[in-house]
Design a binder for this molecule. Structure first.
Ligand code: HEM
Length: 417
């Protein structure tokens, strides 16, 4: 590997500025992640696209990351869950297909459409709760709207009992933080493993018409049933991938619309649809700033460098959406009228996002509902005051506070009759 890698800011202060710094060094650039490990970060659209379908870039650390195989990766490494999770996103080839197939049938566009009434109901309930907020009190659209929406949808689909929800969701929230100490990372690993194991045991005792039961009882002809680790790992992936991502992208959409009134007007007047808002947000922001990890299974020449066998690769999805080779000088601007919104925000190739239809449907329902219910919606703070989420993996803010009602008008004294 080369020298002087860019040390990724584990507090994720500005993932876009960091993405541009990385891109300025080349389309495939060496960076350092916590633990002192080096990885190649890809910020170029065409190169990323080719890597994402190239079997020489594998996802299984157990087979392809020498440091992990040789026991050089400590069990309390901050990013350990990204490596040891046993699910479709850490497997390749036939194993990947086997793990993906078990849930993929439930996430097709046609199947997901059946969840529309359920999503509309959740949205209506959350908006009622928000409407009850005293005038002038800020509402964080992430924790009060988008996160609970995405979390309720995924928990309902997997039949998670109400009492177990906080536990199964907690692991994924902590997982994407890159400011975790070693102790926190290790404690988190144990927390999510035990929450998922409890869920599996509950469903074994009381099977239901839900996806957790499907995973447990899966006996596809000719396939090996899931191991306990695979069941737990799959659940963890689904709760993580299905919540943080939706919450961050939709909160970004609100932020971008409220700070670009001309764009909001285009949607309000029906000249552009909400789909254009969603696509443009996915392109400009992406939910994932740096996706860990792929491993080179042999030496590969890409983007003017040699990625050596066993090297780590990160996909810089947020930077890829702003690739100037694809979107020119305005790549960093929010413009729903942009004719070409091409992006890899949902991934590409065998590991492309399984939840895209579900995320798209949630966006199509939740975004217009919010703006219709609260026509005076506006930011409660200046954009400069927003704090980053504290991770280089995801792209989001800790909170996105808005005001939902018009400023209270001073009461006009009613003249005595
Ligand atoms: C706007 C929302 C979302 C965005 C931007 C997003 C983005 C992504 C990206 C970039 C990948 C590729 C990861 C890779 O390269 O290895 C991915 C994979 C995945 N996503 Fe999403 N995602 C979103 C919502 C969801 C939802 C709602 C679900 C749950 C149903 C979900 C489930 C998954 C799964 C299971 C994978 C792994 C697929 C595999 O490895 O075969 N995602 N997502």
């Amino acid at each position: 590997m080369g020298k002087c890698p860019i040390v990724l800011d584990r507090t994720g202060q500005d993932v876009h500025a960091e993405g541009e710094r990385i891109r300025a060094q080349g389309p495939v650039t060496l960076v350092e992640v916590p633990g002192g490990f080096h990885a190649w970060s890809i910020t170029n659209y065409e190169i990323a696209k080719s890597v994402l379908v190239d079997p020489r870039f594998a996802k299984n650390a157990r087979e392809h990351w020498p440091a992990f195989i040789n026991g050089e990766v400590p069990p309390d490494w901050e990013l350990i869950t990204w490596v040891v999770m046993d699910n479709m996103n850490t497997h390749d080839g036939a194993d990947h297909d086997r793990l993906r197939k078990l849930v993929s049938h439930a996430f097709t566009t046609r199947q997901v459409e059946k969840a529309r009434p359920m999503i509309e109901k959740i949205v209506a309930r959350l908006l009622d709760d928000i409407a009850a907020t005293p005038a002038g009190e800020p509402v964080d659209v992430k924790s009060r709207y988008f996160y609970p929406l995405a979390a309720t949808v995924i928990c309902d689909l997997f039949g998670v009992p109400e009492s177990a929800r906080a536990g199964v969701l907690q692991g994924s929230v902590v997982n994407s933080k890159t400011t975790n100490s070693a102790e926190q990372a290790e404690a988190n690993l144990h927390q999510w493993q035990s929450a998922m194991t409890d869920l599996v045991e509950t469903k074994r005792r009381e099977p239901g018409d839900d996806l957790t039961t499907t995973l447990i009882s899966a006996r596809e002809e000719g396939d090996t049933p899931l191991t306990d680790e695979e069941t737990v790992g799959t659940l963890h992936l689904m709760f993580g991938a299905g919540t943080e991502t939706v919450s961050n992208v939709l909160a970004h959409a609100v932020l971008d619309l409220l700070t670009h009134p001309d764009q909001l007007e285009l949607v309000r007047t029906g000249r552009y649809g909400w789909d254009a808002v969603f696509q443009e947000t996915v392109r400009k922001e992406g939910a994932v700033a740096q996706l860990p990890f792929r491993y080179a299974t042999e030496d590969v020449e890409i983007g003017g460098v040699t990625v050596a066998k066993g090297d780590l690769v990160l996909i810089g999805y947020s930077a890829i959406g702003r690739d100037p080779e694809l979107h020119g000088e305005t790549a960093g601007e929010f413009d729903i009228t942009r004719a070409d919104k091409t992006n890899l925000g949902f991934g590409y190739g065998p590991h492309r996002c399984l939840g895209m239809p579900l995320a798209t449907l949630q966006a199509a329902i939740a975004l217009p509902a919010l703006f219709e219910r609260f026509p005076d919606l506006r930011m409660a703070v200046d954009v400069g005051e927003l704090e980053p989420q504290g991770t280089f993996i995801m792209n989001g803010h800790r909170e996105v506070p808005v005001l939902v009602s018009a400023a209270p008008v001073a009461a006009v004294p009613v003249p005595a009759a």
